[in-house]
Every structure is written in structure tokens, then in C-alpha cells.
Ligand binder design. Structure first.
Ligand code: NAD
Ligand code: ZN
Length: 379
């Protein structure tokens, strides 16, 4: 099968790999119809987290079931399925509590399992023609009859829509509240969407990219361009000096080549300043335990210069971590099916698998106009 293979930092390649196949009776084999490139793939691509050469990337996947193991009885050949990026067993103490991002069976003692991801088990990714899905009965979301028609919406259930929703859950967003979202990347845009789903009265989205901020406005949010700084002041001005009720961090540590210079990330401190006293902050942006590619010395050791004093003084609360996709994807699926939300509106590029290396390069530079790339291995 054809697959996108990680050779090393900023070096990915589409090549022939052995076909994915059923390895255990509980596996399902999926022919991938759509697979996305995620901001999280860039942690490996940009060399911030170590990954062995030869792994297939891709954790935002959907497709058609073409074979099921002997012990699979819910999922059937021919089903169209979206695959949560977390791989869970469904029966460990964490999966039973809905914490499928922290499955104790597939990757004990760490941050659960995921397809094609460093530090999250040995699983191959889905930027390929075929994907093996472990514990298939648990890890497949069977889609409704309009799966193909709305494929570009449903594929977002694998990660970014539930992750954006998770940010609002962690922050504690409730109807009528104001929410500030840092980052207008795919995850931030989905957090803004989720805040509106939950009935937020006002959503502010902060970024430096005009095209991404324009999408935030399309969702109904107030776009705050922080290119020249001053974003915090704008939010305070717009909230009567109090700050927003809730805040979502959807950037993570980035030492990215933003506008040609390396800019250490200050979003955590900006959030403390732009969320009201006693407000809640949800952090889904990834901060790595060690970050060899980071722009500053502290972050290289997995630490950030967090203003804990102001956070404490304001009596805020914070929650963070991987999204437990399965906790949200069924209800978000119904919203897509009912036409109440359309996450495909953020897609900027729909490409063939062969075009993935060039797409990684442009998306990795966060080049203008490259908001969300989806790949179609069958085309
Ligand atoms: P992305 O890199 O495309 O988007 C990040 C955005 O943040 C960019 O538009 C960038 O311009 C903006 N940004 C950078 N510094 C900023 C600053 N100081 N202030 C405001 N905006 C700033 O990535 P994405 O796909 O949207 O993902 C965002 C983060 O979420 C990544 O860290 C990703 O790994 C993480 N993520 C977490 C989970 C989870 O389960 N917790 C799942 C998916 C993605
Ligand atoms: Zn992702």
C-alpha cells in the first residue's frame, strides 16, 4: 500500500509499505478515504519530539471497513467509520470512565494510544491506503447514511472538533458566557465553534494570521489580531476591563517560524491576563515534556515561564490534556448529521496522498491560506 512515512525532521515521503492487515481477532481493517494533516503532526515534523524513522503518520482518519477480525461483532464490512485519534481498549479503568485518551491497556503509564504518534504506542498512522484499527468494536464510530456526502465534515470527528469541544469542557464554558480562544488554527476554530454550540454569548479568537482570523469571524467570533501585540488589552477593553469568563489554549508550545522569526509562546500568560478573576482555562495545545526544537532554554527542558502568581491571585482554575474523543464524538456526529455544524468550512486544501510531502512543508510554515489539509488516498 502507499503511505506517508516519517524519515526524520522535515523529511516525509510517500512510498510503498507492506499492507496493513488484521493482526488480532479484535482488529478491523479500514480502507482510508480521507485522512488529515494535523497541527499535532508538526510536533514530529518540526523535530520537537523524537520519532523513529519509518513510521507512518496520520491520526485523523476515516474510511470504509473492508475486513473484521473474528471477535468483532458490532462493526460490519461496508460500514463507513470515523476513527477517534485515541486508541482505547474499552475495558480498562480509564476507558470505563470515558477517559479513552488515557487507556491503560494500549500504552500503560503514559498518555494513551494514538495512530502514528510519538510516545503514544507503536501504532501505524492512517496517511495511507489501509489502516489497522485495534479493538475495532470500540474504536470505530459508525457513521450515518450520509457519510460520503458529508465525509469532509465527519472526518473532523476523529480529532479537531472533539478536541475543540474538550477545550470548552475543560474551561467550563456555559451558556451566556464570554470565551477567549488563543489560536485560530483548526483546533482553535473548532473550540470557537464549540463555544457557540454551548451557547456562549461572545467568543474572541486571537491569532496573527489574517486568513485564519477571517474564518473565526465567519464562525461569528470577534477576531483579535495580535501581530503587533496588544491582544490582551483589546479583550479587556471589550469585556469592561474584567476579562472573558473562560479561556481556551489552542496553540501549545510553538517555536515556529512565525513571520520569519522564532517566537516563544506566551499564550498561557496571556490567558491568565485576559480571563476574568475566578474564570476557567482549558488547555488542549500541546506542551511537550522535553522539547529539543524549542526556541528558549526553559522549554527545551519541557518547562515554560508561567506566571503562577497572577494565576493564583486571580483564583482561576485550569485543566488540560488530550481530548477523550469518544466522550463527545457521537453527539457531535448528530450535530453534523442534522446540519447544525459544518466543520469542513475550515478546509483549505483537498489533495492526493502523493501531494502530502509538499503539503507538510506549506502547512508546517503555516503559509498563508494553508489552514487545514485533507488527503484522499484513493484518488
Ligand atoms: P496549528 O499550529 O495549525 O494552529 C496554531 C495556531 O496558533 C496558528 O494559527 C498560530 O498562528 C497560532 N499562534 C501561535 N502563537 C500564538 C500566540 N502567541 N497567540 C495566538 N495565536 C498563536 O495547530 P492546530 O492543528 O490548530 O493545533 C493546535 C494545538 O492543539 C497544537 O499544539 C496541537 O498539537 C494541539 N492538539 C491537541 C489535541 C489534544 O487532544 N489535546 C488534539 C489535537 C491537537
Ligand atoms: Zn490531530
Amino acid at each position: 500500500m502507499k503511505a506517508l512515512v516519517y524519515n526524520g525532521p522535515r523529511d516525509v515521503q510517500v512510498k510503498e509499505m507492506p499492507d496493513a492487515k488484521i493482526e488480532k481477532h479484535t482488529d478491523v481493517l479500514v480502507r482510508i478515504t480521507t485522512t488529515n494533516i494535523c497541527g499535532s503532526d508538526l510536533h514530529m515534523y518540526e523535530g520537537r519530539t523524537g520519532m523513529e524513522a519509518g513510521r507512518i503518520l496520520g491520526h485523523e482518519n476515516m474510511g470504509e471497513v473492508i475486513e473484521v477480525g473474528k471477535a468483532v461483532d458490532r462493526v460490519k464490512v461496508g460500514d463507513m467509520v470515523c476513527l477517534p485519534f485515541n486508541i482505547g481498549c474499552g475495558f480498562c479503568a480509564n476507558c470505563e470512565r470515558g477517559l479513552s485518551g488515557y487507556c491503560l491497556t494500549v500504552n500503560p503509564g503514559s498518555a494513551g494510544g494514538a495512530y502514528g504518534f510519538a510516545g503514544m504506542g507503536p501504532f501505524s498512522g492512517g496517511q495511507a491506503e489501509l489502516l489497522r484499527v485495534p479493538y475495532g468494536d470500540y474504536n470505530c464510530l459508525v457513521l450515518p447514511e450520509d457519510a460520503m456526502e458529508k465525509e469532509n465534515d465527519y472526518v473532523m470527528l476523529s480529532d479537531i472538533l472533539p478536541t475543540g469541544y474538550h477545550a470548552t469542557e475543560l474551561a467550563g464554558v456555559r451558556a451566556g458566557e464570554s470565551v477567549v480562544v488563543y489560536g485560530a488554527g483548526p483546533v482553535g476554530l473548532m473550540a470557537a465553534t464549540s463555544a457557540f454550540i454551548k451557547g456562549a454569548s461572545e467568543v474572541f479568537v486571537v491569532d496573527m494570521h489574517k486568513d485564519r482570523l477571517a474564518l473565526a469571524e465567519k464562525i461569528g467570533a470577534v477576531a483579535i489580531d495580535d501581530t503587533e501585540g496588544g491582544g490582551v488589552k483589546k479583550i479587556l477593553d471589550l469585556t469592561g476591563g474584567q476579562g472573558a469568563d473562560r479561556g481556551c489554549e489552542c496553540v501549545g508550545y510553538q517555536c515556529c517560524n512565525m513571520h520569519g522569526k522564532e517566537v516563544p509562546n506566551l499564550t498561557m500568560n496571556n490567558l491568565v491576563q485576559s480571563v476574568k478573576a475566578t474564570g476557567g482555562i482549558g488547555v488542549v495545545g500541546v506542551f511537550l515534556p522535553e522539547d529539543p526544537g524549542a526556541a528558549d532554554a526553559l522549554a527545551k527542558e519541557g518547562k515554560i515561564a508561567f506566571d503562577y502568581g497572577s494565576f493564583w491571585f486571580k483564583g482561576q482554575h485550569i485543566a488540560n490534556g488530550q481530548a477523550n474523543v469518544k466522550a463527545y464524538n457521537r453527539s457531535l456526529c448528530k450535530l453534523i448529521h442534522a446540519g447544525k455544524t459544518k466543520p469542513s468550512m475550515i478546509i483549505s486544501h483537498e489533495l492526493a496522498l502523493d501531494e502530502a510531502p509538499a503539503a507538510y512543508e506549506s502547512f508546517g510554515k503555516r503559509a498563508d491560506g494553508w489552514t487545514k489539509v485533507i488527503l484522499k488516498p484513493g484518488k
